[in-house]
Design a protein around this ligand. Structure first.
Ligand code: AMP
Ligand code: GLY
Length: 427
């Protein structure tokens, strides 16, 4: 079986790793891939968000399945272009990917169909947005409606801070076109969960639930990042809670998308806040999360290839095999100095052989012409440890992350702390 995987981050390395675990003889082509994916298959340097380039590569390689990793190709219509040419694709259409690419669209769908989410208004005029902030008062959340590489959200603790965020997005254009429209949103409080629903547009299955550590510093302090670590499963995600999430959030959203004539097929990432009034949606993403995927996929016993192929073919059954190993997975991201503001790149990386049960996924790495592996992005690698106990997984992930060397490397030594505290009964 030949699979074309679009993307080249830690998430794509984890997906490629799982596909190769499912079927060691899979012929994997990653575009553009990364040095980790090079060990699993071939990498072809194209821009995965260019529909013509993706189609030309697919015509050449004739894959049995195309898996689209990141949101940018989905938002650019790459899956539509491939499907028009007859390829089986895992990933939503451009229209369905609006659940992530337009926060205004997602909010409208949720509000129209009674899906629990933070109350919000949306504005294309900064004067109106500022008026909405004054009406809501602080704390309040300001969001760029479009794709802003995870940087378009400001949780403001004062009206002044929220107004500055609006002006920066709408008048100074710090996120370009993504900030031409903003949402002014009610600030929710509670624990966050990342729930992954894999769907063919009608049926869906839930993968093990993860929690992300978005802040740069230990204790969940410092600036927001793309994610400094993650773990799965999360003890808060009881079967009862997941029943409520399925019934009040996932099923009505999929049904709304079908009724609009734009069924959502692929991976629906539900970023949830467990509020005192029950789970509410903070955001939808139209693809796997990064770094949650690096924790979730190593736990799956069932075949991801089968799930993705059934989703692409519109034949997923709610009874599909999603069995997961007992135990836990903890992922620690090792980031470049200066991340997230201005990560430095080009430092030589020493990657020791991981112990059994530990996997290193590449993200911001590059192999120089002389063969030396160097840093080439903010989040450089992520280290996932799978163990029979949560504590052991935390320790193994942290220890191996500490053995990876490059100038100025930074990582959090407390990934999983919320779960440890819950298990110790201190939260
Ligand atoms: P996002 O980029 O949409 O994942 O948002 C980044 C982070 O901002 C989320 O993980 C939350 O911690 C926070 N956030 C987003 N929306 C809200 C909200 N309505 N209330 C409170 N926090 C939020
Ligand atoms: N970890 C957050 C995201 O993938 O959007």
């Amino acid at each position: 079986m030949r699979i074309l995987l679009l993307g080249g981050g830690g998430r794509e390395h984890a997906i490629g790793w799982k596909l190769a675990q499912d079927n060691p003889s899979v012929d994997l082509i990653a575009a553009p891939g990364n040095p980790g994916l090079e060990e699993l298959g071939r990498c072809v340097r194209i821009n995965p968000s260019d529909p013509d380039a993706a189609c030309a590569l697919a015509e050449l390689e004739r894959p049995d399945l195309v898996v689209v990793g990141p949101e940018a190709p989905l938002a650019a219509g790459v899956s539509d272009a491939l499907r028009t040419r007859g390829f089986a694709v895992f990933g939503p259409s451009q229209a369905a990917a609006q659940l992530e690419s337009s926060k205004r669209f997602a909010k409208q769908v949720m509000l129209e169909h009674g899906v629990p989410t933070a109350g919000a208004s949306w504005h294309t005029s900064s004067t109106e947005a500022v008026a909405a902030i004054r009406l809501t008062g602080a704390p309040v959340v300001v969001k760029a409606s479009g794709l802003a590489a995870g940087k378009g959200v400001v949780v403001a603790t004062s009206v002044d801070e929220a107004e500055s965020a609006v002006l920066a997005m709408m008048n100074d254009g710090i996120h370009g076109a993504a900030g031409a429209e903003v949402l002014i949103e009610e600030c929710l409080t509670g624990e966050e969960l990342s729930v992954f629903a894999l769907t063919d547009g009608v049926n869906f299955v839930l993968l093990p639930v993860a929690q992300d550590h978005k802040r740069l510093l230990e204790g969940d302090a410092g600036p927001n990042t793309g994610g400094m670590g993650a773990y799965a499963p999360v003890s808060l995600a009881t079967p009862e809670l997941l029943g409520v999430v399925s019934e009040t959030i996932i099923a009505p959203t999929l049904s709304a998308m079908r009724r609009r004539g734009t069924p959502f097929q692929g991976l629906l990432y539900c970023g949830l806040m467990l509020t005192p009034d029950g789970p509410k949606v903070i955001e939808f993403n139209c693809r796997f999360g990064d770094p949650e995927t690096q924790a979730v996929l190593p736990l799956l016993d069932g075949s991801l290839i089968d799930l993705m192929a059934l989703s692409a073919a519109g034949r997923l059954h709610a009874s599909a095999d999603i069995s997961a190993t007992d135990g836990a997975a903890v992922t620690t991201v090792v980031a470049a100095p200066g991340y997230p503001e201005a990560p430095a790149s080009g430092a030589a990386i020493t990657l020791p052989e991981p112990p059994r049960g530990t996997i290193v996924f590449h993200a911001g790495t590059r192999r120089r012409d002389d063969g030396v592996l160097v840093t080439a992005g903010g989040r450089v690698v992520s280290v996932t440890a799978v163990a029979s106990t949560f504590e052991a997984a935390c320790r193994a992930s942290r220890e191996h992350a500490g053995s990876i060397r490059f100038d100025g490397s930074q990582f959090r030594r407390d990934i999983g702390w919320r779960e440890l505290a819950r298990r110790a009964g201190t939260t």
